[in-house]
Design a protein around this ligand. Structure first.
Ligand code: URA
Length: 239
């Protein structure tokens, strides 16, 4: 059973707030009878009509995308830039789970399932996000240790890396590649963490979120999640 306004919003025809207005103004019928009570609960079997038209429940959809550089992680952009949602042809009202910066590439999940998104966005020990960063210098052991112990961001919040591994060093160019894992998803978190130990991130790619990896998805490519993968995310919540 779920609330009538939620069910109407989930059909994709309008927002939950507008659905409430439709209900209180007498535009909604449940099993042929006008219902104006906002708290009304309905089941999957109930027939809901809005303005005398039957509504269907929007199917839940789940995608994994390898986000290219130069794409925004929102559903629409006021400057008309391409969004991650533009890369996936669907009529469902999907949105990104969390965010990646305009110049960050890599793994992003998209869905129209709010509960699924919440599980992954809530800081959770089982939801590690792993990034590969190219730095404008060569990081030292003590700086990596500091990142693991915790660094303070400018808003006073302390965040610690779950892992920090030096993967490659280019002495000539004076750059290196570092793998870093985090639990939170604060704005520009990885860039700020490296900044706190004196480095600029020249390139950033997300390689892993919980148990998801990009495998053979090339830049700009996406695929649907399997029902098993979706169930595995729901199982994270119960642990
Ligand atoms: N941290 C960042 O700084 N940028 C991202 O896009 C993701 C994590």
């Amino acid at each position: 059973m779920e609330r009538l306004q939620k069910r109407i919003a989930e059909s994709g025809i309008t927002s939950r707030r507008k659905a409430e207005e439709l209900i209180t103004s007498g535009k909604v019928k449940v099993n042929g009878k006008v219902v104006t009570e906002l708290g009304t609960k309905v089941s999957n079997k109930d027939k809901i009509e809005v303005n005398n038209e039957l509504i269907e429940k929007e199917q839940k959809e789940y995608y994994i995308l390898n986000k290219p550089r130069g794409v925004v992680t929102t559903t629409s952009d006021e400057h008309g830039r391409k969004t991650v949602v533009d890369l996936i042809p669907t009529k469902a009202r999907i949105y990104p789970v969390g965010r990646l910066d305009y110049d960050t590439t890599g793994l992003i999940l998209l869905t129209n399932d709010g509960e699924f998104a919440n599980i992954l966005m809530h800081p959770n020990d089982q939801v590690e996000k792993v990034y590969m960063a190219k730095l404008n210098g060569i990081i030292k052991g003590e700086q990596m240790k500091k990142l693991k112990e915790g660094v303070e961001l400018e808003d006073g919040v302390i965040v610690a890396a779950t892992r920090v591994k030096l993967k490659k060093v280019n002495e000539k160019a004076n750059t290196c590649m570092v793998q870093i894992g985090i639990h939170e998803g604060k704005n520009h978190q990885v860039k700020k963490m490296f900044e706190s130990v004196g480095f600029l991130v020249e390139k950033l790619k997300r390689e892993k979120v919980a148990f998801f990896t990009l495998k053979d998805l090339q830049s700009g490519e996406y695929r649907k999640l399997t029902p098993k993968e979706v169930a595995k995310v729901y199982a994270l919540e119960q642990k």
